[in-house]
Write a protein that binds this ligand. Structure first.
Ligand SMILES: O=C(O)c1ccccc1NCC(=O)[C@H](O)[C@H](O)COP(=O)(O)O
Length: 244
């Protein structure tokens, strides 16, 4: 009998101007600061996290970079890191992978330079995930400021290119504590056989339990940001909630 897999949790550390911050719906200027990114990441690691979702928001918005700081954070962690934000060419990809992160998350590049993404997937396999950031079924790129195509057409193309995994975010939910878009997750899982990491909107332990019911459909993990920083629950409670 096959064992039911447990939902993986990925606490988010989003970095802008050297600080851990939370945004509302990914909008620049909506930041609330939560201090030192390394301290935040170490706190999640000490609380039992197996993964950290680490985002360079300045690189995502094309207004700067926290590359050295993020490399330092990855180097000081023992847990797996998913690195995201502004990875769009060979230089940024090689720099991201050189940090020792477990995988990178490509967003804008998957919409704007599909040939390069196909080549990156061919070279790096499951070290590449693609972020599908949507409003409705319209994809968003460039720090979620530009529209970039239709979700299911892009998903079919990326599946054909061998993409190993998708990080699916409902931009309108992100940072709002209004609950995940479960129907979006179901629809994406129905359209691909690749694992899906859910992102955006988690507000409660019940939200995590609801996402966990989708593990048999293909949801592998959930990124949790604002709810942890707002102390809606602790990471220990979250890990316990998805352990059964
Ligand atoms: O991940 C990115 O590359 C990114 C780019 C531009 C704006 C935001 C981006 N990521 C944000 C996140 O990954 C959030 O931390 C995550 O969705 C958690 O959301 P929430 O639990 O609603 O705070």
């Amino acid at each position: 009998m096959s064992e039911t897999r447990r939902l993986e949790l990925l606490p988010a550390v989003d970095v802008a101007d050297g600080q851990a911050v939370r945004l509302v719906q990914g909008e620049a200027g909506s930041e609330t600061s939560y201090g030192d990114p390394l301290a935040a990441a170490l706190a999640w690691q000490n609380a039992g996290a197996e993964w950290i979702h680490l985002v360079d928001l300045d690189a995502a918005f094309g207004r700067g970079s926290n590359r050295d700081l993020l490399a330092e954070v990855v180097g000081k962690l023992d847990v797996k890191v998913e690195l995201s934000g502004g990875i769009r060419d060979d230089a940024s990809l090689e720099a991201a992978l050189a940090t020792g992160c477990r995988r990178v998350n490509l967003g804008t590049a998957a919409l704007e330079t599909p040939d390069w993404v196909r080549s990156a997937i061919g070279r790096h396999g499951d070290k590449i995930a693609v972020g599908l950031d949507v409003r409705g079924t319209t994809l968003a790129g460039r720090g979620w400021t530009r529209e970039g195509g239709e979700l299911f057409e892009t998903l079919a193309r990326l599946d054909a290119d061998g993409c190993a995994r998708y990080v699916v975010t409902d931009v309108n939910k992100d940072g709002t504590l209004t609950g995940p878009n479960l129907q979006l997750l179901r629809d994406v899982c129905a359209a691909t056989d690749r694992p899906v990491v859910a992102s955006g909107g988690v507000s409660s332990l019940d939200d995590l339990r609801a996402i966990a019911t989708l593990v048999p459909e293909g949801v592998e993990g959930a990124i949790v940001g604002k709810a942890l920083y707002a102390q809606a629950f602790t990471l220990e409670e979250a890990l316990e909630a998805v352990s059964r």
